[in-house]
Every structure is written in structure tokens, then in C-alpha cells.
Design a protein around this ligand. Sequence first.
Ligand SMILES: NC(=O)c1ccc[n+]([C@@H]2O[C@H](COP(=O)([O-])OP(=O)(O)OC[C@H]3O[C@@H](n4cnc5c(N)ncnc54)[C@H](OP(=O)(O)O)[C@@H]3O)[C@@H](O)[C@H]2O)c1
Length: 346
Amino acid sequence: MQRASRLAPLLLPEPRDNVKQSDKIFVAGHRGLVGSALVRRLLALGFDNLVLRTRDELDLEDIASVRAFFEAERPNHVFLAAARVGGIFANNTYPADFIHDNLLVQISVIEAARATNVDKMLFLGSSCIYPKFSEQPIREEALLTGELEPTNEAYAVAKIAGIIMCRSYNRQHGTRFMSVMPTNLYGEGDNFERTGSHVLPALMRRFHDAKLAGDREVVVWGTGTPRREFLHVDDMADASIHLMRVWAEPSPDGSIVGGPNAINEIVNVGYGDDIPIGELAKMVKETVGYQGTLAFDTTKPDGTPRKLLDSTRLHSTGWSPKVSLREGLARTYAWFLENHDEARLG
Ligand SMILES: NC(=O)c1ccc[n+]([C@@H]2O[C@H](COP(=O)([O-])OP(=O)(O)OC[C@H]3O[C@@H](n4cnc5c(N)ncnc54)[C@H](OP(=O)(O)O)[C@@H]3O)[C@@H](O)[C@H]2O)c1
């Protein structure tokens, strides 16, 4: 009996890894936070047949140009990491731009990928697609079950449209377009602009500026108690490539990774743990080496008390994050100091 069960796996087919190193891979948005990390990781793994275009070379909102590009290049696989992205201020101030630009990029890339028989595509969504009052940690099933956070509703609706487009194309055209929902990301190449950035790089910039200016105090909005989850972008890139390779493929026991309908499902990509914003601010302060005081303006709004993704689905495929928050912060700040001239600091 024991002998038979030990031999059994040898009779099953090898897991299919249909993303070959020689395949042509288009990374859309390769100069952004996620796109640049994807390029670094793909190259490190030996995937060096990459097709990359800057916005000046190819405007992804231009449907005809995108179609012509796909017809000329015929990529085997696509990572769709191009989007108009921003923090609360940008989302709240320019909602029309957020919905317009993101819908156009998605429509042009998804349709061109179908028309040119792209084998696999991974579309990057965002955790803000989930209802504002989702049960924590947020499971993928929460999609379309409640009201969205009003400040980034336009962005979230565009992303939801992207997910439903991928799902609908899979159903109608038999494509293999996957959607991943990353938690808050940070890392080398981040956006440190004063008004356009997310909370972690914004804090880093403020402590850095305060250190240089010799300010005695840095004030953070709110009580510092809301909890948020952060994933280093290298982990995000690694998880994305891992999912592109295994998702919806047969595993060694013959079952389909992600279940029989895997291709129509979405996958959360999180760190698996969250921390209070106040604690994050303290860690960033230490990383930057700011000697002044950290204060909280409790008259300012806190936002959602908690936002943590349930990443069980991803972790069940054998992937887990490698970069701790402390290490990630140190790497991000080292990058910020070394690349001060090229960093997004507007
Ligand atoms: N950062 C996060 O915390 C986070 C969290 C969850 C999900 N995500 C998702 O991850 C994806 C990538 O985000 P990111 O943080 O890497 O953003 P990012 O750093 O702003 O990068 C986005 C990239 O897309 C490019 N792009 C945008 N519109 C384009 C167009 N019309 N034509 C050509 N290129 C265009 C940008 O080019 P330019 O530089 O020329 O503008 C930029 O290089 C997005 O879908 C986002 O929703 C990010």
C-alpha cells in the first residue's frame, strides 16, 4: 500500500509550465512601480524576450495604435501593469481622468490581446475594488457585494470593469486572462510626489524633508489607529509571475490550480498581516533617521479602520512573501536617496 502511494505521483503528468523562457512577454507600464519590478524579476528568472514601450512610443489609450503594436509584435503573454494610479487626493480631485484613462487602456489592451491570440494575460486590479464595509480579511467573494469607498469610486469602477472584461472574454472567447488584486504596494521606483502618492511613500518623503529642513515635528493625519497591509513590490512581481505560470494549470495531482473555474476567478495578493498607521509612521521615521517628534492630528478623518486582504487563495498555490516591512522600508529609502534625481518627487 505504502509503496503504491509513493509511486503514484510518478504516473501523473508533470505540471505544465506553459510560460516558456523564450516566450515574448509584453510588460505594459514597465516604467512604473509594478512594471519595473516585473521586468527586474522576469530578467532574473531568465525571461529575457521582453517587449517594452514607453508612453511616448505607445499611448495605451490609443486603441488603433495598440492594435497595430500587438499585430506587429505578437506577444505570447501580457502583464497589464499600466494605469493611471494615485492616492486619495488625486483620486478625489480627478475622478473623470481616473475612470476615462483606465477604461481606455483596458479596452485597448484586452481587445488587442484577444485579437492576436495572446496566450495568458495578467491584469492588475486593486484592493479598492472591494466594498467599503467588507468583512475583514477581505475575500475575493466580496467583489460586487456592496458600496464602494466614494473617494476612489471612479478608479474602482474602472478596475471592476477590467475584471469583468477579462472574465467575459474568457467565457465568450476562451481566452486566459487573469486578474490579481494587490494590497498597498511600495518599494524601489515608488511615487514620492506630495499630492499624488500613497501613504507609505508620502510618509517617507515627509520625514525625509523634515529631516533636511530641521523641522521639530511631523504631524500625521488621524489617530494612527487604522490598520493597513503593505507588500513590497518585488514580492508583488514574484507573485504575479508565479500566478501567470501556475494559475489554471494542472497541478501534479491532476487538479486545476485554483479550482475548475480558476480562469474566471480573481486572486488577492497580500502580505497576510497589517499594521496600525501610527506604527508604520514610527518605522518610517526610524528608517529615515528623523530625530524630531511624531504627532497625530486627531481632528482629521481616519478612513476605514481596517483593510486586510485574505490571500489564502494565493498562498494555497505555494507562494508566500519574502520581504519583511522593515527590510522593504530600508531598501525603499536607500533607493530614494540613490535615485533622488530620477524619482517622482513633484
Ligand atoms: N501602487 C500600489 O500601491 C498599487 C496597489 C494596488 C494595485 N496597483 C495596480 O498596479 C498597477 C500598476 O501600478 P503602479 O503603482 O506600478 O503605477 P505607476 O507606478 O504609476 O505605473 C503605471 C505605469 O503605467 C504607465 N501608463 C499609464 N497610462 C499609460 C498610457 N496611456 N500609455 C502608456 N503607459 C501608460 C505609466 O507611464 P508614465 O510613467 O509615462 O505615466 C507608468 O509607467 C495599476 O493597475 C494599479 O492599479 C498598484
